[in-house]
Structure formats: structure tokens, C-alpha cells
Design a protein around this ligand. Structure first.
Ligand code: NAP
Length: 264
């Protein structure tokens, strides 16, 4: 399925929770095996972030140094609100990401986690213009942002920054009508603006893989052959939107669930 002009299978590899050794460092050998399985399955989209400690260096060893650069897409993110004291420090993070990953360029570069007071930090440090310039200079192919706030704030960000090409949202059945996450409303806002969606936390950080027994009973009764995580991104409406090309998750999408044979 075409995604922002690229042909990318819809299941992505998130690098936020990598396996660790006893000394709490990332288990690179296991990550290599995970990367190999993922690539063998025909998937190519990897999602890291400067803020995922050790993850950019891990993906360099497990992927970048072992596969041709054009055989995968790499996304990373800039979370200027975490500790940057000024615009120079915030923008320098991009070059640290380039060095840590050894990737040469990024296919997708995200402003990491808009919402609350964090959006104001991105504004203050000129990060929107900065990422636009990175794209113009060919250092990144596509620019977008991830959002952790309500739909009204999402609407404000998209309206203020029409140059953003995609948004990364939490989408799963538990967050769909959650008053804080507002997945459904956020998806509707993105669709209203025609903005492609990349899904994050499809299994709600793993919690939907082991639902409470009352929920488990309902799911088993509906379809005993379907695993609990398989239900997780199943939310009403999104599948149709995906089919009509208005939302094209780079990560696992509802389309995979509704049309398993068509899952890319
Ligand atoms: N602001 C942002 O930009 C942002 C925020 C959150 C996430 N993300 C991105 O989205 C990615 C995914 O988020 P997430 O880690 O919260 O995703 P998730 O898919 O909701 O949760 C993954 C967790 O679910 C667990 N799990 C247990 N059983 C599973 C099963 N049968 N199938 C799949 N997972 C199962 C996994 O355990 P195991 O580890 O044992 O497999 C893992 O710890 C992240 O890695 C990151 O790249 C971005």
C-alpha cells in the first residue's frame, strides 16, 4: 500500500521497549534476531526516538550496519521539551540521532509528543521550521509529529502546521473513547485534515494482551480463535477510513485485521 509516496508494509517495528540483559543494557544479539525475523517477513518500517535510551545505537548495530540502507525505512523523533535549554540544543539532537544511528538520512522525522506545555517548547525553539528545512535539505524524507493530548489540541497543531505530512496516534479499543486519550476524536480530526495516521501503542503498551477476565470472556465468546492482542486495534470506523485511503497507518492497521489476506 502506498504510504506518503512510499511502498511500505503496514506493520512497523517499535523500538521503545527492547529486550535487556541482566545489566540493563539492550540485548543487541536478540534485537538482531528480531530485526532479521521482521525483515524476513517482508516488513521494513522501524520507529525509534532520541528519547528511547540506547535504541538509536541499537538499531545501528542490529539494522543499519547489517542491511542495505534502501531496504528499510527509519523513523526517529525529537523531544525538545525533555531537556533542551535553547533552540541550538534542541536542534543539535537531530545530528546526534544521525550519528547514533549511522543512517545517513531519516525516512521519517517526528516532533515527539505534542500537547500540553510541550507544544509551546517546540514553538519557542523553532522546531517546526527546523524540520521543514531538514526536509528541504534532503536530510529527512517526510516530517510529522506524535501527539499525546486531546483532539482539540490536535486540531490546533494540525491547523497551525499544514506542512506536517503525518501524525502518530495511540489507537486501540481501550483508548478509542477514553476521555483523556480520545483516540476516536483524534482519528476524526486527522481524517478531517486528510492527514495519514501512524498507529502507536496498538496493544496499549501490552495491557490488552492480558485483558481482565470479564473482558477475556467476551472476546473468547466472540471468536475463540482470535488472540487477545489481535482484537486490540479493532475500533469502529477506522477500517473503512483506511480502506478509503484517508488514513494509512505505517504500523499495524485495522485493515490487517479486517482483511488478513491483504495484510502487507
Ligand atoms: N510519542 C510517541 O511517539 C510514542 C509513544 C508510544 C509508543 N511509540 C511507538 O510505538 C511503538 C509501539 O508502542 P508500544 O510498545 O506501547 O506498543 P504495544 O504494541 O501497545 O505494546 C507492546 C508491548 O505489548 C506486549 N505484548 C504482549 N503480548 C503481545 C502480543 N501477543 N503481541 C504484541 N505485543 C504483545 C509486548 O511485549 P514483548 O516486549 O514481550 O513482546 C510489548 O511490551 C513503540 O515501540 C514506539 O516505537 C511512540
Amino acid at each position: 500500500m502506498a504510504y506518503l509516496g512510499e511502498s511500505i508494509p503496514k506493520l512497523g517495528f517499535g523500538l521503545m521497549r527492547l529486550p535487556k540483559l541482566d545489566d540493563e543494557t539492550i540485548d543487541i544479539e536478540q534485537v538482531k534476531q528480531m530485526v532479521d525475523l521482521f525483515m524476513e517477513a517482508g516488513c521494513t518500517y522501524f520507529d525509534t526516538a532520541r528519547a528511547y535510551t540506547g535504541s538509536e545505537a541499537a538499531i545501528r548495530k542490529a539494522l543499519v550496519e547489517r542491511y542495505p540502507r534502501e531496504s528499510f525505512q527509519l523513523a526517529t523523533k525529537n523531544a525538545a521539551w525533555i531537556k533542551a535549554k535553547d533552540a541550538d540544543e534542541a536542534q543539535a539532537d537531530f545530528y546526534i540521532s544521525l550519528e547514533e544511528t549511522g543512517a545517513g538520512y531519516f525516512d521519517f522525522y517526528l516532533i515527539h509528543n505534542t500537547g500540553g506545555p510541550r507544544t509551546a517548547v517546540f514553538d519557542k525553539f523553532g522546531m517546526w521550521d527546523f524540520v521543514k528545512q531538514l526536509k528541504a535539505d534532503g536530510k529527512v524524507k517526510h516530517i510529522g509529529f506524535s501527539h499525546h493530548d486531546n483532539a482539540e489540541r490536535l486540531d490546533e497543531v494540525i491547523t497551525a502546521h499544514p506542512e506536517m505530512e503525518f501524525v502518530q496516534l495511540q489507537v486501540n479499543y481501550a483508548d478509542w473513547d477514553n476521555a483523556n486519550t480520545q483516540s476516536r476524536k483524534c482519528v476524526e480530526v486527522a481524517q478531517k485534515h486528510g492527514l495519514p495516521i501512524v498507529i502507536m501503542e496498538p496493544v496499549r503498551g501490552g495491557t490488552l494482551a492480558t485483558p481482565p477476565e470479564q473482558v477475556a470472556e467476551v472476546l473468547r465468546a466472540s471468536n475463540p480463535d482470535r488472540s487477545f492482542p489481535d482484537w486490540a486495534p479493532l475500533v469502529p470506523g477506522l477500517g473503512a477510513a483506511v480502506r478509503h485511503g484517508r488514513a494509512e497507518p505505517g504500523h499495524r492497521s485495522l485493515r490487517d485485521v479486517e482483511h488478513p489476506a491483504d495484510a502487507g
